[in-house]
Design a protein around this ligand. Structure first.
Ligand code: SF4
Ligand code: ZN
Ligand code: ZN
Length: 310
């Protein structure tokens, strides 16, 4: 028996469980773009003359993000979309992902800007892992996350971007909210859910337009649009804690579709409550690099210090 699309007469190939929509390939793509467009409008993420840096890793999330932002921004000729890849320096992994990022940018008529850890911090992630010395208790992902955020912010500042878009999806964001709650770090939920209208001097505002699409949606979108992306796991990917939360949330989402979106709404409500009840500024200035920081020395400078000692 043919199952019809909830939006048109064609055959459905995909069930978006959290909305109960059965979708044909074309409606899967259109409704995904629409969901992102509505999220951008609801949270006032973009303006009509923005220069938008899109963080592109070569993976499926950022490939879908770039494709959707590019489509949405076609309507606004004054905007500029600049894909930026941060090459952490992971032998045999990032070089392949980079090829996918270049192919995607080329196919959309955009030129990819490349920055490497080597250029910005003087060493690759592989080198950092080799010399980490007494910081060996921290996994590679801890270095990678901190330095990638910093490198992307520096690139966006150099490019005089108004905003940086990253490809965090609904699953990533729900996991992060729960991880912060379980670590007793509610204030971080406030920091990671900041609205564009609450900028911090020194940080180019960050937006996460893909948080309204689940990882399943993104895999299906990339498949049906045949976007080039790199689908090999990073050799350092061993974030055991996040994996436990991911498995738990996947199980809950399967039993009760809509759990992830409910967690994200809670995250937004917590962030809003923090913003309205606290006039305290979370940020001061890093004593070493001058970037905004919640500690006297920012995390990147602390890690670089330790690496130099190592
Ligand atoms: Fe970086 Fe970890 Fe992601 Fe690999 S898995 S790219 S080390 S954050
Ligand atoms: Zn349809
Ligand atoms: Zn610093």
């Amino acid at each position: 028996m043919i199952v019809r699309c909830s939006k048109c007469e064609h055959e459905a190939v995909y069930l978006r469980r959290y909305t109960s929509e059965r979708l044909c390939p074309s409606c899967l793509v259109h409704t995904s773009v629409d969901r992102v467009r509505r999220a951008i409008n609801r949270r006032k993420m973009l303006r009509e003359d923005d220069r938008i840096v899109v963080g592109v890793s070569g993976g499926k999330d950022s490939a879908v993000l770039l494709d959707i932002i590019h489509q949405i921004e076609q309507r606004y000729p004054q905007t500029e979309v600049i894909p930026v890849t941060i090459d952490e320096g992971i032998r045999g992994y990032r070089d392949q992902a980079l090829e996918a990022a270049k192919a995607l940018s080329r196919s959309l008529g955009l030129s990819l800007v490349l920055r490497s850890f080597e250029d910005v911090f003087g060493m690759s992630l592989d080198d950092m892992v080799d010399v980490r010395g007494d910081t060996g208790t921290l996994g590679a992902c801890s270095y990678c996350g901190v330095f990638r955020r910093k490198a992307l912010n520096l690139a966006a500042r150099e490019l005089e971007a108004d905003v940086v878009a990253t490809g965090h999806n609904m699953d990533d964001e729900a996991q992060t909210v729960i991880m912060n709650i379980m670590r007793g770090d509610g204030r971080r939920i406030g920091r990671t859910n900041r609205l564009r209208m609450q900028p911090i001097r020194g940080f180019v505002p960050r937006i996460k337009p893909l948080a309204v699409l689940s990882e399943r949606d993104i895999v299906a979108y990339a498949h049906h649009t045949q976007l080039p992306y790199h689908d090999v796991p990073c050799p350092y990917a061993t974030e055991a804690y996040r994996n436990d939360i991911r498995n738990f949330l996947n199980d809950m989402e399967h039993k009760r579709p809509g759990t992830l979106t409910a967690i994200l709404r809670s995250g937004e409500a917590i962030a809003k409550a923090i913003a309205s009840t606290s006039s305290e500024s979370f940020y001061s200035t890093c004593s070493t690099c001058g970037d905004p920081s919640t500690t006297t020395m920012c995390k990147a400078c602390q890690l670089l210090d330790k690496l130099e000692q190592g």
